[in-house]
Design a protein around this ligand. Structure first.
Ligand code: ATP
Length: 281
């Protein structure tokens, strides 16, 4: 398989406004975009080295990927995205080539951004890191690339990055403790951005965004839903809304429901909340 199918130049059209809450994340990423296009001579009046590598970390389903996509959409930067695991599923040498090509392309079409999702899968701690070489090529060529080689290539590209004006590099992980510390050194992914589970006002915003697109019964109380979903991720809240929507659809389709009583009811949402397991502890 070629590396290039993993790389797309057109981000899904996610906007900042599609993300409920996370104001601080939005602020920091907007600033990253601004810095990436600022003339170096201006920046050098303020600091030695503007940040170029950003690591988004935090629990699953809390909008890390969405934030990267929104950043690409709203900034108009050329967007390259690749998942760590996909890079490893290539033959020896191919992954390293793919990484080098990625940086080269990003430089060619700057201003641009590169997004490494699930970075921990290539940049897991080198000590004790062993990649399962189950995927072998036909003749004599050896197996799949090892995480170590891909990581080394990535480190080299980040270091050679000094001259790399106009390229922002973003990575995401929900296992920051599994990321090789070499990747976090100054000049590499040295800007850590915590993407937290949604707080109450963010949860209210997520429910409100869904409600705006759905048929909601008048009894739905979004403030209460936000209070009742402490500890749920954004993805889980979307899941709750989907389950509630299906319940309402079935009821409205099956019965003689008066028009003003149609739609998703508070009870549907509360049932869904009760049945939704929380992933964040
Ligand atoms: P993972 O670590 O599992 O990859 P992630 O943090 O990258 O998770 P996303 O893929 O960005 O999470 O989010 C998953 C889905 O959850 C999104 O597609 C979206 O539907 C929903 N979601 C999560 N957080 C929010 C939010 N703050 N506002 C709106 N939707 C959200």
């Amino acid at each position: 398989p070629s590396a290039m199918h993993d790389i797309n130049l057109k981000p899904p059209p996610i906007k900042w406004d599609d993300i409920g809450g996370q104001e601080n994340v939005k602020l920091l990423l907007r600033r990253a975009v601004r810095l990436s296009v600022e003339p170096p001579e201006v920046l050098s009046e303020y600091f030695d080295r503007p940040p170029k590598g950003f690591l988004l970390y935090g629990p699953p389903g809390c909008s890390k990927t969405m934030a990267a996509q929104a950043m690409a959409t709203e900034s108009g930067l050329n967007f390259f995205a690749v998942k760590g695991a996909e890079l490893l599923n290539m033959y020896v040498g191919e992954s390293e080539r793919a990484v080098r090509r990625l940086f080269q392309r990003a430089r060619e079409v700057s201003p641009s951004m590169i997004f490494f999702d699930e970075i921990d899968s290539i940049a897991g701690q080198r000590s004790g890191f062993s990649h399962n070489n189950s995927h072998r090529s036909g003749g004599g060529g050896g197996g799949t690339s090892s995480g170590v080689n891909v990581l080394t290539t990535l480190l080299n590209e980040m270091d050679g990055f000094e001259a790399l004006h106009g390229v922002v590099v973003l990575a995401a992980t929900n296992r920051p403790q599994a990321v090789d510390p070499a990747l976090l050194r100054p000049g590499r992914f040295d800007e850590l951005i915590y993407v937290s589970p949604p707080d109450e006002s963010a949860r209210r915003a997520i429910f409100a965004k869904v409600a705006a697109r759905r048929r909601m019964h008048a009894d739905v109380d979004i403030d209460r839903l936000a209070k009742e979903t402490d500890g749920y991720s954004g993805a889980e809240i979307k899941g709750i809304c989907a389950v509630a929507g299906m319940a309402a659809y079935e009821r409205d389709r099956a019965g003689q429901v008066a028009d003003e009583d149609k739609g998703i009811r508070m009870q549907d949402l509360e049932n869904a909340i009760r049945n939704q397991k929380r992933q964040i502890t």
